[in-house]
Design a protein around this ligand. Structure first.
Ligand code: SF4
Ligand code: SF4
Length: 261
């Protein structure tokens, strides 16, 4: 039985939208598209957008941001205990994003020291190494992107409202790029496009503008990193530069480690 039905107060399914450590990009996408959902759901909590927020159980909670601070983790555990479906929205929540990617280059304590100076020790006491939600709790749906694609968000929500786990495409960006009949910037312009190893969902935004994909949707299913390496090496790219692009969004650190060998 849904939380809404159990409460007996309202027949609409209930949703909550919460943020951890992130830039609020996903919260903005959800806010901009909320009018399309309002006939079908009751928004119980959305502190970013409304001042009146209720506690208690909900049917679906969308969570943006990585777990980068102790209070993020406490909040996430509370969210998990009070929601039927937990949806990680955005690259931070799904992969850890730039907060996690930065850990390839230096320790969190070094970054805090550089930014906060003499106040660093107080900040460091509450900081954690940035990690995606599923490092700490079970996640039902992962919707990546930086920011997420609004159509994907609405499709995922519609699916959950019908009690179905959504199918999220995880084919490479190249697929969408070819469907748009774009010239290939990797082949024709020798740009270091990560489209072959990046999950589709953005509609091949960057290559459609003549720019290389830098992987903001995270890796696709079974990314062919070795083949990507060979192509970029043949094009004369230094591995350090390519590794920097691959790890920028925190998703492919294990693959980056593989590249270092
Ligand atoms: S431009 Fe990039 S995304 Fe498009 S086909 Fe070429 S490698 Fe793939
Ligand atoms: S093309 Fe790549 S970098 Fe650009 S929006 Fe899509 S996934 Fe992100």
């Amino acid at each position: 039985m849904s939380a809404a039905a159990a409460s007996g107060t309202n027949h609409l399914p209930t949703i909550a939208v919460e943020g951890l450590t992130g830039c609020a990009g996903e919260l903005l996408v959800i806010l901009e598209n909320l009018d399309k959902l309002l006939p079908f759901v009751r928004v119980v909590r959305f502190p970013f957008a409304q001042s009146k927020n209720e506690g208690g159980a909900v049917d679906i909670t969308f969570v943006e941001g990585s777990v980068s601070q102790k209070h993020d983790l406490e909040k996430l555990k509370r969210i998990r205990a009070n929601t039927r479906w937990l949806v990680a929205v955005g690259n931070c929540a799904v992969w850890g994003c730039v907060q996690k990617g930065a850990l390839c280059k230096c320790k969190a304590s070094e970054m805090i020291e550089a930014v906060y100076g003499s106040a660093a020790s107080a900040i460091a006491a509450t900081a954690m190494d940035a990690a995606p939600l599923d490092s700490h709790v079970a996640v039902d749906v992962k919707l990546s992107g930086c920011p997420i694609n609004a159509s994907q968000f609405l499709a995922v929500t519609a699916s959950l409202l019908r009690d179905h786990l959504p199918y999220i495409i995880s084919k490479p960006v190249c697929l969408e790029c070819k469907l748009r009949e774009n010239p290939c910037v990797l082949i024709e312009d020798n740009l270091p496009c990560l489209g072959p190893v990046t999950a589709a969902g953005c509609g091949a935004l960057c290559p459609s503008m003549g720019a290389a994909c830098y992987g903001c949707f995270g890796p696709c299913e079974e990314p062919q990193i070795d083949a990507m390496t060979t192509i970029l090496k043949e094009k004369g790219y230094e591995m350090e530069e390519v590794l920097g692009r691959l790890t920028a969004f925190g998703a492919v650190i294990p693959m980056g480690e593989k590249w270092r060998k």
